[in-house]
Ligand binder design. Structure first.
Ligand SMILES: Nc1ncnc2c1ncn2[C@@H]1O[C@H](COP(=O)(O)OP(=O)(O)OP(=O)(O)O)[C@@H](O)[C@H]1O
Length: 541
């Protein structure tokens, strides 16, 4: 909670406005009922210090004011809430950028999506419906306690006890009892999202291997689990609401009996009993807002916890800012060792490799020996455990990240295409490229003719093609992207493994023709692919 409040600091002046208008709004609302009691007492001939018409005028003024004040309170409260959601979203996206790519590789994407969308959205409850209501409840209740104390000390003390019960004891107990259920619900929600996303991605495999029924059953099981968690939360909410209402009823009855005793002993007059009773009954609004708030808070804190987990996660590598001039692109790997935290045995041991400008190096070895890992280390997705990787005699963990990315192009096993035009997808390699440069890159990657045969050419949206691009076409678009990036080092991670011999030959020819003076590092199982390389590095266990 303290951490959530910290985010609020820049907007605290607006929060003061919300609280101020909230307090006088509630006081106006209570005054309507209380001056009603004053008017009735006047009518009964009890002198309450106001004439009947004065009391009625105050009631009308308070009724109008109540609307205006409530509007200002809600407007400013929600302004704060949505500004803060924007700030938090910005923080999460920055955290994701910091964590990418290494730490995001292993995260469930569905879970990430539910944190970015629904979890953050739920924090609105905290900023618009928690902080201000707590302050408003404390201030309003204190004012009412003082007013009641002035009528009679017993009324003041009794009201303080009941406000604390309804506004503090019940919400705190409620949130203690229901905390786990909220967290479990959010976790289950994230898992269900991930499972659905997984099923959609693997729909072909599911159909092909007749997995549909099992998947459906699992989705139903997930929904049942989600429903049962939700049931626990809802019945908890119901119970808390019932306990709150019961406590208010007991408070009113206690006041009634206290009023009767005080009246009998001639300590106060009937009008004062009536006013105190009406004032108390109409004053629980702000504290009740706190008790119902605790139910939502269970969800809210669970969401905040998941959000802070992402913000606090330490990236695998630290981003390096600044500029640097790399004169040569010679890559030296010296006595390098590396392992992932989750693995026991060292993955890459004593690796030594010198790659000079213009070299074409094939990295080969059995599956799982760490070939892709080695190129991820060269791109500094991870930092080495010991030893070093240097470019131009500078350790890569000292080279600014922007310069390193500029220096290297990657073509992976499967090119990811965004739901955008073909031109924009290729321009990811260089967003400032002209159309002519895009066309030239596509010509070099032997994909220009294919694009021109599409009805909208380079303006065709990849989404419009559905899944109609073949693996070879996708890979060639990926290679065009890499050519446009025009980095001196091209890294290819099994670029042809999904392709037939003709497509493979086409792509190898493009790489061979266009990368004459570039450094090429290629991971491949295929002898035909690595044949374009003049140097081989075999990785063994
Ligand atoms: N992020 C990660 N965290 C933990 N272990 C990982 C991670 N990425 C890969 N591994 C493990 O490291 C080992 C090497 O993986 P890598 O992808 O580098 O192998 P590879 O030689 O490229 O394999 P292949 O030829 O099958 O693509 C594997 O056992 C893999 O499961």
């Amino acid at each position: 909670m303290a951490r959530l409040i910290k985010v609020l600091k820049p907007l605290s002046p607006i929060m003061v406005i919300t609280i101020f208008f909230g307090v006088i709004g509630y006081l106006a609302s209570m005054s309507i009922m209380t001056f009603g009691a004053v008017a009735v007492s006047e009518k009964l001939g009890i002198d309450m210090g106001f004439t009947l018409s004065q009391a009625i005028s105050i009631i009308i003024a308070c009724a109008v004011l109540r609307g205006v004040l409530r509007y200002i309170e809600q407007y400013s409260g929600h302004y704060i809430a949505f500004r803060i959601l924007a700030i938090l979203r910005d923080k999460v996206y920055k955290a994701l950028r910091r964590l990418a790519p290494a730490k995001l590789e292993t995260k469930e994407k569905g879970n990430l999506i539910s944190i970015i969308t629904s979890d953050i959205e739920l924090l609105e409850v905290f900023y618009a419906h928690t902080i201000a209501p707590i302050a408003i409840a404390i201030l309003t209740s204190t004012i009412i306690i003082i007013v009641l104390f002035n009528i009679n000390a017993l009324f003041g003390i009794l009201s303080a006890v009941f406000y604390i019960l309804v506004g503090y004891v019940i919400p705190v107990l409620s949130s203690k009892l229901g905390n786990d259920a909220g967290l479990e619900y959010r976790d289950e929600f994230g898992k269900t999202n991930s499972f659905l996303l997984d099923s959609l991605r693997g729909i072909k495999e599911i159909l092909f291997f007749g997995e549909g029924d099992r998947r459906l059953e699992e989705i139903n099981n997930n929904s049942d689990r989600l429903n049962s968690k939700s049931k626990v939360i809802k019945s908890h909410e119901g119970l808390i609401r019932a306990i709150t209402d019961l406590t208010i009823m007991i408070a009113i009855l206690t006041f009634l009996f206290a009023g009767i005793f005080l009246y009998r002993d001639n300590d106060i007059n009937l009008g004062e009993v009536l006013v105190a009773l009406v004032l108390l009954s109409s004053s629980f609004g702000p504290v009740v807002a706190l008790s119902s708030l605790s139910n939502n808070l269970i969800h809210t804190f669970a969401c905040a916890q998941r959000l802070f987990d992402i913000l606090d996660e330490v990236p695998a590598v630290n981003e390096i800012e600044g500029d640097m001039d790399l004169k040569s692109n010679n890559i030296s790997i010296e006595d390098m060792n590396f392992n992932y935290d989750s693995r026991e045995n060292e993955l890459l041991k004593d690796v030594n490799l010198q790659i000079n400008k213009g070299d074409k190096v094939a990295i080969i070895g059995p599956s799982g020996c760490g070939k892709s890992t080695l190129i991820k280390l060269i791109m500094r997705f991870w930092d080495v455990t010991s030893g070093s990787i240097s470019i131009d005699n500078k350790r890569i963990d000292t080279i600014p990240s922007k310069i390193l990315r500029k220096n290297q192009s990657l073509v992976s096993q499967e090119t990811f295409l965004f739901n955008d035009t073909i031109e924009n997808n290729i321009k990811i390699g260089n967003k400032d490229a002209t159309h002519i440069e895009v066309v030239n890159a596509c010509k070099k990657a032997s994909i220009h003719e294919f694009i021109m045969a599409l009805p909208k050419g380079y303006d065709t949206n990849v989404g419009e093609l559905g899944g109609n691009l073949s693996s070879g076409e996708r890979q060639r678009l990926g290679i065009a992207r890499a050519f446009l990036h025009d980095a001196p080092v091209i890294i290819l991670d099994e670029p042809t493994s999904n392709l037939d011999i003709l497509n493979e030959a086409e792509i190898l020819r493009s790489i061979n023709d266009e990368c004459k003076d570039k450094t090429v590092i290629m991971v491949s199982h295929r002898k035909s692919s690595v044949s374009i390389c003049d140097k081989k590095k075999e990785i063994v266990f």
